[in-house]
Design a protein. Sequence first.
Length: 507
Amino acid sequence: MSSTRVVIDLDLPGPTISRHLYGHFAEHLGRCIYGGFFVGEDSDIPNEGGIRLDVVEALRELAIPNLRWPGGCFADDYHWRDGIGPRESRPRMVNSHWGNVVEDNSFGTHEFMQLCEMLGADAYVNGNVGSGTVREMSEWIEYLTRADDSPMAALRRENGRDEPWKVPFFGIGNEAWGCGGNMRAEAYADLARQYATYVRDHGGNTVYRIAAGANADDLEWTETLMKALGCLGCDGQGSSPYQAVSLHYYTMSGSWQSKGSATEFDEDEWYLALSRAFHIEQLLTRHSTVMDRHDPRRRVGLVLDEWGTWWDVEPGTNPGFLYQQNTLRDALVASVHFDAFHRHADRLVMANIAQTVNVLQAMLLTDPETGALVKTPTFHVFAMNVGHHDAQALEAHVVDGETRAVDGRDLPMISASASTKDGAALVSLSNLDADQPRTVVLDLRGRAVEGWSARLLTADSTAAHNVPGQPENVAPVDFDGVRTHARGLEVELPPHSYATVSLRLGA
């Protein structure tokens, strides 16, 4: 059995891993909102104000820190006034991006903010730059967050909400290089400065404004947005119009035209997907380097507000609804991303997986016929990682680890990261080898380890997934494959597996 050493200095905590790196995304796309989060008050499915209670209960296990809404591409077609007031009188619209279906706007601002309150999550509202106006965006943040008798606060009260909400995060459009307007970087940068200026802080609500950033490797887009901020920190300069720039990156084993099957793949496709997931490390490094040239003190955040796997839709489903199954492969794509997020916690301030329910790499899948709810393998990785929220990163150096040449890159067979808080540490370990178990020695230095426990996520097949009637084909279990070693601990990882080891630390 192959052996790899992971060196962790338990007494050298680094930057804080913001809980917001475990954020989520809910777009008006397929059955994410309607049938996922929202079923209406007349549904036989237990709900509160139309919001599914089983979905809320499940997601609360993940301690969701924030939820992004209403898009995505939908955001730049969405006009918020259409989604307030009595539901029966709200105007309809065509959701031209996702299935060309008619949207009745029954889930709007009040419903979304109620959902966030039920989840205990911060709201990340994405405004409309592509087809909206500066005034429209300015009035939305006023409607959401102002407490006095301003025109928008009065309108909110007419619609049944007296007190303002807290909205910590606001997106200035989405994918302006594509569905958000097909703009040039320079043109969007000017609009981002303009629109962000009018997303004002009202009362005690301070908004963190996020400019629509680059697609994957487009470093020039990030460069342009950073240049548009001018001289950050120069004497006499006020705060920048936006406080972060975003980045989008999706993992697939094929091309955009033929992305690959979610459940039917061979070993080569397994490794190709994981290699492409590992590319996030290079992307975060490169975009951070561009940002560092303009912002060496790292005042501007990087936000990966769309990431995850994107496969061909499940056969027999609407191709515009992006419904896909979710296997153990997806879970390990997520674990690889999280390890990279932890290593870049000094610049990466938020990430949002696409998406939460029934779309792309979802946490939950709901059956439209029976209403049954299933937790996906990806859900379980999020749940196993809750201990990393707001912990301090620990460097986890993989030594003597084997690699496999895949798609022009060396894919490590072991991925690892670690964090510490409250007298404890959490170590995450992924064995990406499809066939072989691997021994990992945790070389633990700097503090005594007084005890440990472990959890394991794996299955007989790399393509294993959960379905109604078999909801625990892939589910975490207590793991007894950890034992003492002269250097610390030794972990016997099965093939294609993910494990977390919780350490109780002494002095």
